[in-house]
Design a protein around this ligand. Structure first.
Ligand code: PEP
Ligand code: MN
Length: 302
């Protein structure tokens, strides 16, 4: 990592790569986020009904997802929009985990709710609107659960790293960064997917990075392309919205994939993931050869 990046992000030293720490692997049930496997988190924007959640959980699991997403507490732009099922939603998520084995990621919006959400969820999601809510971050960090930190829609990379540093400072090393698009002058897409931020974060930080093509795009037909771009930019996984009947979804239907759309997206990722595995294998082999050559030189001179 170049020295100039160290200088630029000097405020948040613990999230940057260093000699001791190149990669953080976040353990979640039997999974590793930031390890070798590309982790797909999928599910509805909001938990609506038992039938909706269970059907989605079963489908995305068959399609290769490892983690079920779904909001029980929803941050909505309008106070009159559906705000989530709350505790009932958390219970449905736990039931889906029990039936499918999928781990659960769900948003926590207030400090008061942290103990309850942490009891049911495997990963606490901090939403964009709360990325700089430091008291929420502190309480979430202290719950001991891994934290999925979504980038604020007006936040710079430095702002996001500051929030990640805050979680680390509160004794929780298990932070997952999430690029979900930022506000720009463009309005055709819901947000602007900042793919350079993914590449940059993978270069400078040891924390895993996942991409949210759904909130970045805002339109389901764009989601698979953004997902493929995320793979090539080096993301460790995806969080993607899937609904049995997106046009009837209570929130974010426009950007939610239906079941066939999810399967098509997953299939379209395969060649990109295969290419990445090949590259990693070649790199690992080169490192091993260099190490062996180094050892021989030391033997010869020593
Ligand atoms: C969500 O994941 O449904 C959500 C509300 O995301 P964001 O906080 O990125 O808007
Ligand atoms: Mn959503």
């Amino acid at each position: 990592m170049r020295e100039s990046w160290h200088e630029r992000f000097a405020e948040t030293p613990d999230v940057l790569k260093n000699a001791q720490r190149q990669h953080t692997i976040v353990p979640v049930l039997d999974l590793e986020i930031g390890g070798g496997e590309f982790i797909v988190m999928a599910g509805p924007c909001a938990v609506e009904t038992e039938a909706q959640l269970m059907a989605t959980a079963r489908h995305v699991r068959r399609g290769g997802a490892r983690i079920l997403r779904g909001g029980a507490f929803k941050p909505r732009s309008s106070p009159y929009a559906f705000q989530g099922l709350g505790l009932e939603g958390l219970k449905l998520l736990a039931r889906a985990r029990q039936e499918t084995g999928l781990a659960i990621v769900t948003e926590v919006m207030s400090e008061d709710d942290v103990p309850m959400v942490a009891e049911y969820a495997d990963i606490l999601q901090i939403g964009s609107r709360n990325m700089e809510n430091y008291s929420l971050l502190e309480t979430a960090a202290r719950s001991g659960r891994p934290v999925l930190l979504k980038r604020g829609m007006m936040a710079t990379v430095a702002d996001m790293l500051r929030s990640a540093q805050m979680v680390l400072d509160n004794g929780n090393p298990n932070v997952i960064l999430c690029e979900r698009g930022i506000r720009t002058f463009e309005t055709a897409t819901r947000n602007t997917f900042d793919v350079a931020a993914i590449a940059l974060l993978k270069q400078i930080s040891h924390l895993p990075v996942i991409a949210d093509p759904s909130h970045a795009a805002g339109h389901r037909e764009l989601v698979p392309a953004l997902a493929r771009i995320a793979v090539t930019a080096g993301a460790d996984g995806l969080i993607v919205e899937v609904h049995p009947d997106p046009d009837k979804a209570w929130s974010d239907g426009e950007q939610s994939l239906d079941f066939d759309g999810f399967d098509e997206m997953m299939a379209s990722l395969d060649p990109y993931l295969a290419l990445r595995r090949q590259e990693t294998a070649v790199r690992d082999r080169a490192v091993r050869l260099c190490e062996a050559a180094g050892a021989r030189v030391m033997e010869a001179v020593g």
